[in-house]
Ligand binder design. Sequence first.
Ligand SMILES: [Zn+2]
Ligand SMILES: [Zn+2]
Ligand SMILES: [Zn+2]
Length: 372
Amino acid sequence: MQSPIATERLLATTDHLIRPDQNLSDRQQPWIHPRLIQSVDPIKGRQLRVSQPVKKGELLLVDLPYALIPVVDHPDQSDDVRCSNPACHRRVARTVERVSCLNRCSADVVWCNSSCRDADNLRHEFECTWLKKYANSIRSKWGEYDFGMLWLIVRILASRDVEFRNTPSSDKTSGSKTGSDSKPSSFETGWNAIRSFCGSQDSWTHSQVRHWTMLVKKYLRNSQSLPHGLTSSEVLDLICQEEANSFGLYPRETGAFPLPELAVDRGEQFAAGVYPTAALANHSCSPNIIHKPDDQSRMVFVASKDIATGEECCISYFDLSKKVELKDRRDHLQGSFRFVCKCDRCVSEEPPEGDSLEEELQWDEFPSMDAF
Ligand SMILES: [Zn+2]
Ligand SMILES: [Zn+2]
Ligand SMILES: [Zn+2]
């Protein structure tokens, strides 16, 4: 049985494993385990696998967010906002060094210091006018969730804008460049990766799509204050993809399974982000990977079990300690991610067909089965 301490130790090994790479703290490229590969399953679509065995505790991925937004209640009083500069994204406590936007666009936009702000000038300029114009009204009219979703889309568009400025025009539609030590053959990067995310208008309910269509028309149209050059339908597609693929960032790891005896939840969400490579991981309710953001908001995947050649690498899309019963897990995944979970654990917990009532009674009679 895995204790919380054991899980902590497992993640602690990432420091040990990544230390040999001296440039890691400043690197702006994902780090991908040489045995981690991408493949396509006829039913599940794209997925992550290993080409050769990987041992429990091995670091598999350190992915950089393409876009990230802070999710905190009172940013001006919070020590938990992240620096807006994508090359930094560190936690910014309230210190004398911390700076806001000179244009006072939003209290959520902070940087560690003025150097981080200056270095982020080009990217922030893209979102600044939009935030100043809409942040308050979207929040009061549609609430935090819709505001966060729209802002994350704007930040994706801002990163795309910076990427295009830095990329010669002939390269824009072909695969963008990858670092010499990453996996150039199979992993897309940047905007190309975002565009290839799963999730389309068909995966969401009509009422959901109608609501997003309205939000796009009102707030995300190509305009002088948001010059992205995409059609409203392309922006809507981007929302459908973002909603199916974005990560919540929590202080503690997600996906320890079997659940530790004294299971601790993963804590309060402090940010949401879009990760080009991490987004390829499918869900399992008994995952073989645990994930957690590091101190620069990079998404870190660590093998929580030995993984055999060819085996799929899965994460958990939610806090396993919070949704234990089969029905809770499936309802949540269906509602938030639009699929019925058929992972090994869910299938093994399914009541025999046409026998569900009897099965539930049996479960009550045999408390030892709760251990599943
Ligand atoms: Zn910073
Ligand atoms: Zn600003
Ligand atoms: Zn499942």
